[in-house]
Design a protein around this ligand. Structure first.
Ligand code: NAP
Length: 300
């Protein structure tokens, strides 16, 4: 098959259709790479949602061309949901879509981490667990690492132990924690955590300052204070959970790995913060054992 063009001498074949399709895909690939190459890591969810919306749009248009109503409806549903998701995520990151797509262009190479002062202060999992057992209030910030470690069941087991010892426990969910929108709500629901313990960013952010302890599990960017002040940071402007404002912060992570945005987190170096190194699930098991080891009320 050939694609025809009209010339002075009549209709002439220009390119064989498979070649044209290959050329089209090549151009689309280059366009895709060029438009996403310079976009900062933390902005990528918004871009993915935009491309999702475009996919729906393309399917919908195909439905119009082929006169297939099912394709039109499915395309419009996907396109509209992608569009809504994009707007919600851009709002969650306090950025306009235009800003996400165009502001970073040509600027990424100039971005670098701020110098971070202080030191990382590791503690044993058991000691961290016992501190939380004697706190009166605790806010838990789950992130991508918790989902990756599949530690949600152990986390809820630990929470029930604390509640049996009169600790008031709440969960704080950041809208872009994890790798998919709403991802962190899913493992918590799967583990059976009651909905009334789970709070979204805007509903809980003021409570951090009056909380005895915060447990950050496998989260990084969503509690990085650089988002408030470091104009050169790729996450600047993104609302964050105010974990740094609590009296005491424990962070569970495997090592000194950075978050999705690839930047250092000054919270980890703060005076009120201790690191509990290890896989999230393994650390939670040790924390449960330590609290159970304290005695009868803790073992409830
Ligand atoms: P994050 O910034 O990616 O940090 C995750 C942390 O978990 C890492 O620092 C890692 O440190 C630790 N970790 C990984 N595996 C672990 C394990 N098995 N046990 C314990 N810790 C583990 O995650 P986040 O704070 O949830 O932030 C989400 C980020 O992803 C944001 O930048 C967001 O913009 C982006 N994003 C979100 C979506 C969305 O729609 N939600 C989509 C795409 C991207 P170690 O390696 O040292 O353990």
């Amino acid at each position: 098959m050939y694609v025809n063009v009209v010339t002075r001498s009549g209709l002439e074949p220009l390119l064989p259709t498979p070649h044209l399709i290959g050329l089209f895909f090549g151009c689309a690939l280059i366009l895709g790479i060029l438009t996403t190459l310079r976009i900062g890591g933390a902005d990528m969810p918004v871009v993915i949602a935009i491309y999702n919306a475009f996919t729906g749009l393309a399917v919908g248009l195909e439905g119009f061309v082929l006169q297939i109503p099912a394709l039109m409806i499915a395309g419009m549903v996907v396109g509209a949901s992608g569009l809504l998701l994009k707007l919600l995520m851009a709002k969650a990151m306090n950025r306009s879509v235009r800003n996400v797509l165009f502001t970073n262009f040509g600027a990424v190479s100039q971005r670098k981490d701020r110098d971070v002062s202080g030191s990382l202060k590791p503690v044993e999992a058991g000691d961290a667990g016992i501190f939380m057992r004697y706190a009166s209030s605790l806010i838990i910030v789950p992130g991508y690492g918790l989902a990756f470690a599949q530690g949600q069941q152990k986390l809820y087991e630990f929470v029930k132990l604390l509640q049996a010892n009169s600790v008031v426990v709440k969960f704080a969910i950041h809208p872009v924690a994890g790798r998919m929108p709403g991802q962190m709500d899913v493992p918590l629901a799967e583990a059976g955590v009651p909905y009334d313990l789970i709070f979204q960013l805007e509903d809980i952010n003021d409570e951090f300052a009056n909380t005895d302890a915060v447990l950050v599990i496998g989260a990084n960017d969503v509690v990085n204070p650089a988002a408030r002040t470091a104009k050169s940071s790729p996450i600047f402007g993104m609302p964050i959970l105010n974990a740094d404002k609590a009296k005491k912060v424990y962070v569970i992570k495997r090592g000194d790995g950075k978050g999705y945005a690839g930047i250092e987190n000054e919270l980890f170096y703060a005076d009120n913060c201790n690191m509990v190194y290890g896989d999230a699930q393994a650390v939670l098991v040790k924390m449960i054992e330590a609290v159970r080891g304290l005695g009868s009320a803790a073992a409830a």
